[in-house]
Write a protein that binds this ligand. Structure first.
Ligand code: AMP
Ligand code: TRP
Length: 327
């Protein structure tokens, strides 16, 4: 049976970018294959952070994922640092990863340019990611478009380790990405990818009023200055959000109204806000129930960690044996 694995950083909040690009797919795919989802807290400590905040964000992320529809009776949800084998395998993979491959990663290049001091952790980040995936010998990894290069590197690492230590058995399968139709959601600025670090997000659990306060001034088609100017839906971020949240008839109607200047951008945004409400209300209410019962979140994570520790131990046993550490 195919195994799905994916991870998310405990950045504190799910936003509609990581929800539409990845998590919504996790929720759908969990019923089609054995699924393991990981809150990657060791990835989150690469830049300076506050330990007390990390604790809160880990819990918030778990709560958000359960509210979004991850069902802990169907799939496995756990915290990376609860399973020490992730870092053990990452060290091993360090030794078979060419430095040039790491230096070529666009995320490393972008982030290292923006940072004053660059830790070795930032460079080695994709090795830990490869360890996350390969530790469970997962074959499919649902992610957003920005992770494709990291996944390619995971395949390179699997191939190199297999060639070196398990020549005729492909011990590690080469993991393939699974994308959603909304593989890259832009931020409200319409300029860069929606991400917490850019401050251009809409949180999945935000109230209707808070969402409207952000949608109202959000960037649309930059060429549409007056309400009477016809717009070009394809270049408008709001239109792309309609495609993600509104039913097909509405999307078609929006395109016509925009390109004929039938609606102004605010009219269009009001309809989007309604479509978002339809999808987000049940998520918000599950989140509220989970907030009343934090033990439920923790027990899902504990059960997930128990299960993953057993799987991870088994993989590492095979790795150590093939690398000459045991016996
Ligand atoms: P992160 O929140 O950065 O840990 O990302 C978690 C998952 O969401 C990864 O699979 C990312 O590729 C995906 N993701 C994050 N931001 C976006 C975005 N703006 N558009 C599409 N996918 C995204
Ligand atoms: N690097 C991913 C991100 O920032 C998070 C991640 C860590 C991940 N380990 C993973 C994603 C394993 C998929 C599989 O979004």
């Amino acid at each position: 049976m195919a195994r799905i694995f994916s991870g998310i950083q405990p950045s504190g909040e799910l936003h509609i970018g990581n929800y539409l690009g990845a998590v919504k797919n996790w929720v759908a795919l969990q019923h089609t294959a054995e699924s393991i989802f990981c809150i990657v807290d060791y990835h989150a400590i690469i830049a300076a952070y506050e330990p007390a905040q990390l604790r809160i964000r880990r819990h918030e992320m778990a709560l958000g994922l359960l509210a979004a529809g991850i069902d802990p009776t169907v799939s496995t949800l756990f915290v990376q640092s609860d399973v020490p084998e992730h870092t053990e395998l990452a060290w091993i993979f360090n030794t078979v990863t060419p430095l040039g491959e790491l230096e070529r990663q666009t995320q490393f290049k972008d982030k290292s340019q923006r940072m004053e001091s660059v830790s070795a952790g930032l460079l080695n980040y994709p090795i830990l990611q490869a360890a996350d995936i390969l530790l469970y010998r997962a074959d499919r990894v649902p992610v957003g478009e920005d992770q494709l290069q990291h996944l390619e590197l995971s395949r390179v690492i699997a191939r190199r380790w297999n060639a070196e230590f398990a020549a005729d058995e492909a011990y590690f399968p080469e993991p393939q990405p699974v994308l959603t139709p909304t593989r890259r959601i832009m931020g409200l600025d319409g300029q860069s990818k929606m991400s917490k670090s850019m401050g251009n997000t809409i949180g999945l659990l935000e109230t209707r009023e808070a969402i409207w306060a952000k949608l109202r001034p959000a960037v649309t088609d930059p060429k549409r200055i007056k309400k009477t100017d016809p717009g070009t839906p394809e270049v408008c971020n709001i239109y792309h959000l309609h495609k993600a949240f509104s039913p097909p008839e509405t999307v078609e109607h929006v395109a016509v109204q925009c390109s004929t200047a039938g609606w102004g951008c605010i009219d269009c945004k009001k309809v989007l806000a309604e479509s978002m409400e339809t999808e987000l209300v049940p998520i918000r209410s599950r989140a509220a129930a989970l907030r009343e019962d934090p033990a439920r979140v923790q027990s899902a994570l504990d059960a997930g960690a128990d299960k993953c520790r057993a799987l991870a131990r088994e993989t590492i046993r095979g790795v150590r044996e093939r690398m000459g550490f045991d016996g």
